[in-house]
Design a protein around this ligand. Sequence first.
Ligand SMILES: *Cc1c(COP(=O)(O)O)cnc(C)c1O
Length: 376
Amino acid sequence: MSPTQAGHPSVPFLDLAAGVAATRTEVQAAIDRVLTRGWFVLGPEVDAFEQAFAAYVGARHGVGVASGTDALHLALRACGIGPGDEVITVPNTAVATVAAIEMAGARPVFADIDPITMNMAPASAAAAITPHTKALLPVHLYGQTADLHPLLELARDHGLRLIEDACQAHGALHRGRPVGGIGDIGCFSFYPTKNLGGYGDGGMAVTSDPHLAERLRLLRAYGWAERDRSVIRGVNSRLDELQAAILRVKLTHLDTWTTVRRALASRYQNALATAGWLTLPGDISYGRHVYHLFVVRTTQRDAFRQHLAERGIGTLVHYPTPIYLQDAYRDLGVTQGACPIAEQAAAQIVSLPLHPHLSEAEVDLVTEAVLAFTPA
Ligand SMILES: *Cc1c(COP(=O)(O)O)cnc(C)c1O
């Protein structure tokens, strides 16, 4: 808790410095190890982290790359997806998901979402399939699994790839299995704010298909089968040894942090159960939520955010504008009304503070402030 100017306690949306303190000694030892070794990009730390993280999500192979965006971009390219192809995703995601589809040269097509989970609605995805469709790209939004069973069935029936955007869902479960290890390729980000975050950019694509793993390895480093021998056109998207060493340390804490996130979420759920004007997130029958974000909904979102801001409570909106309505993507020709459920959600959602270094007392400050809001 840090005092606001008025002297009241405040709760920032995120506190990355508190996270640093929790593992500082171990991380410093890992950094020292890398400095002593003098090997800085794609080396033993990356190898070890790839193995550990792939095993964590139940995949055979992990390929470390420079970001979650690149994991998605290279996953699509590894599947041979490019110009002329369509990839079905959702409009309520990080712009990175759509940027990655376009980096591969393919066209993003938007499916609407389920009104409860706010993840890809299988029926809407089915309706979006055309002869050009090559892949489904559902997002495990906010840390909760997408409804993968019907999506996998759809992919199988239409000969499509299923690529998981698991950038917000490290350790989330779908019917008992970790997400990311279920589709053809799972994509993760290790951006500092993610549930497993480094101290810089990083990402990983995981797969149990040895052919796709090989393609991913080639693509991330100039298409090199060996030094100076390019067998396909690749890019430079490598994970560095410092990030991998830091992430190896942090991976050993991930389950504990997930447990804390879930306990704090449950504290919010209990305290806010009586606020009938507020819709709360929660587990679904087929999944375990890891609460990357704790996203509530109200029809009076803007007034509610203002109320919380006046009480020193930091909130954010993930995400305020469906991607096809953003200026940069107007030329896709997708207009207002294309995904009505996603558009309605965008106007109602707000993310409350939730991270593993938030205290129960801070959650209580937030819930007191929430309950002091009088809906009009
Ligand atoms: C963070 C994120 C990405 C992109 O990851 P970067 O590492 O920032 O490139 C992609 N998709 C989703 C859903 C994300 O949350």
